[in-house]
Design a protein around this ligand. Structure first.
Ligand code: NAD
Ligand code: AHE
Ligand code: ZN
Length: 370
């Protein structure tokens, strides 16, 4: 079939919205009509050329929601008409990783996914001239129709609005999950969140959900303050307005250091600050941000010797087929909020505006509705 998609031809160039060919689903695969997709900073990161795994030409996008249109042979867990959220972290429930309760990082298709290919080593997308176009994160939600492995689809309730719950495909789950699954933060804790964008705000609402006592938000952009307060931030810090070193300032503000700190910036200097303002003896710092190719983190080992822990999280430690439907339920029950964070709704033709808004710091989430 033919489908309209936003193609990333080269790093650093705007996407081109055009028709492409899409082959039907093969064994274990599913054709999905994407109804809506968010634009995450990670899409921008890959498009910029900073991603060591970035390959071109490709169809980016990993924060979608849609409807099953067709299934390939052997597919049993979803059927035509089911509402689904694509999963860039699949859940096969069979690999060593899925069988180990310590991780959510299913590895059953990770190699081909990183190469922009389906598990059989081929792409379903081609140009109208027949040249291959790569998949991205196994999801390629910047295409109106896309093909995914069955294990990369979470079946969700049919009454959930696509233009809101698409955000659960990455940002919401990553932020809330970092608090609940990775930090396992307790009621009454003190926390510092660096970066009050589409991920950091969800960390903040995760902290509010579990009953944190103090939620400090740190961002260079003062315009992010209002929304963060709406989601539960108790103190705002703009590093540009702090005289001297940020670490002692934050340690003082949190009465000795935070129980949990989260980086949602992708900046390795910020990651160091986040570790070092965690409480001596027990503070944990969780890296969420994705850093550019070649960037490295550093600290004095003494920071760890004296009881701080450095951790990371992908997709908030969530097992997608199991956890994503529950997070959709939380949204539908009003337990978590999404709507105010979706600051812009765009058509596919205007998808590059979503990247411009992100660069200008004017959006939290832009969502493309097909
Ligand atoms: P975003 O652009 O919406 O937000 C980033 C925020 O960080 C902005 O508000 C910006 O002003 C702030 N910021 C930038 N530099 C800063 C600094 N030095 N100090 C303080 N604040 C600073 O991006 P997002 O969509 O929220 O994504 C945040 C990061 O999380 C990105 O690196 C993204 O790639 C990553 N991410 C990781 C996962 C995962 O599974 N680990 C999932 C989604 C996104
Ligand atoms: N490919 C990059 C890293 C990109 C990355 O860390 N991706 C996160 C999800 S970000 C979603 O917005 C992730 O899930 N990582 C685990 C994985 O297996 O990719 C690089 O640096 O090579
Ligand atoms: Zn993302």
């Amino acid at each position: 079939m033919k489908t309209r998609a936003a193609v990333a031809w080269k790093a650093g160039q705007p996407l081109e919205v055009t028709e492409v060919n899409l082959d039907g689903p093969r064994e274990g695969e599913v054709l999905v009509e994407i109804k809506a997709t968010g634009i995450c900073h990670t899409d921008e990161f890959t498009l910029s050329g900073a991603d060591p795994e970035g390959l071109f030409p490709a169809i980016l996008g990993h924060e979608g929601a849609g409807v099953v249109v067709d299934t390939g042979p052997g597919v049993t867990s979803v059927k035509k008409g089911d509402h689904v959220i694509p999963l860039y972290t699949p859940e096969c429930r069979e690999c060593d990783y899925c069988l180990n309760p310590k991780t959510n990082l299913c590895q059953s298709i990770r190699t081909t996914q990183g190469q922009g290919l389906m598990p059989d080593g081929t792409s379903r997308f081609t140009t109208l001239d027949g040249d291959p176009i790569l998949h991205y994160m196994g999801t390629s939600t910047f295409s109106n129709y896309t093909v995914l492995p069955e294990i990369a689809l979470a079946k969700i309730r049919p009454d959930a609005p696509f233009d809101k719950v698409c955000y659960i495909g990455c940002g919401v789950t990553t932020g809330v999950g970092a608090v609940i699954n990775t930090a396992k933060a307790e009621p009454g804790c003190r926390a510092v969140v660096f970066g009050l964008g589409g991920i950091g705000l969800n960390v903040i609402q995760g902290l509010r959900l579990i009953g944190a006592d103090q939620i400090v938000g740190v961002d260079l952009n003062p315009a992010k303050r209002e929304m963060a307060e709406r989601f539960g931030m108790t103190d705002f810090v703009n590093p540009a307005e702090v005289e001297g070193d940020l670490v002692p300032y934050l340690v003082n503000l949190t009465k000795g250091g935070a129980d949990y700190t989260f980086d949602a910036t992708g900046n390795v200097q910020v990651m160091r600050t986040a570790l070092e303002c965690a409480h001596k003896g027990w503070g944990e710092s969780i890296i969420i941000g994705v850093a550019p190719s070649g960037a490295e983190i550093a600290t004095r080992p003494f920071q760890l010797v004296t009881g701080r822990t450095w951790k990371g999280t992908a997709f908030g430690g969530a097992r997608g087929r199991t956890d994503v439907p529950k997070i959709v339920d939380w949204y539908m029950q009003g337990k978590i909020e999404i709507d105010p964070m979706i600051t812009h709704t765009l058509t596919l033709d205007d998808i590059n505006t979503g990247f411009d808004l992100m660069h200008a710091g004017e959006s939290i989430r832009s969502v493309v509705v097909y």
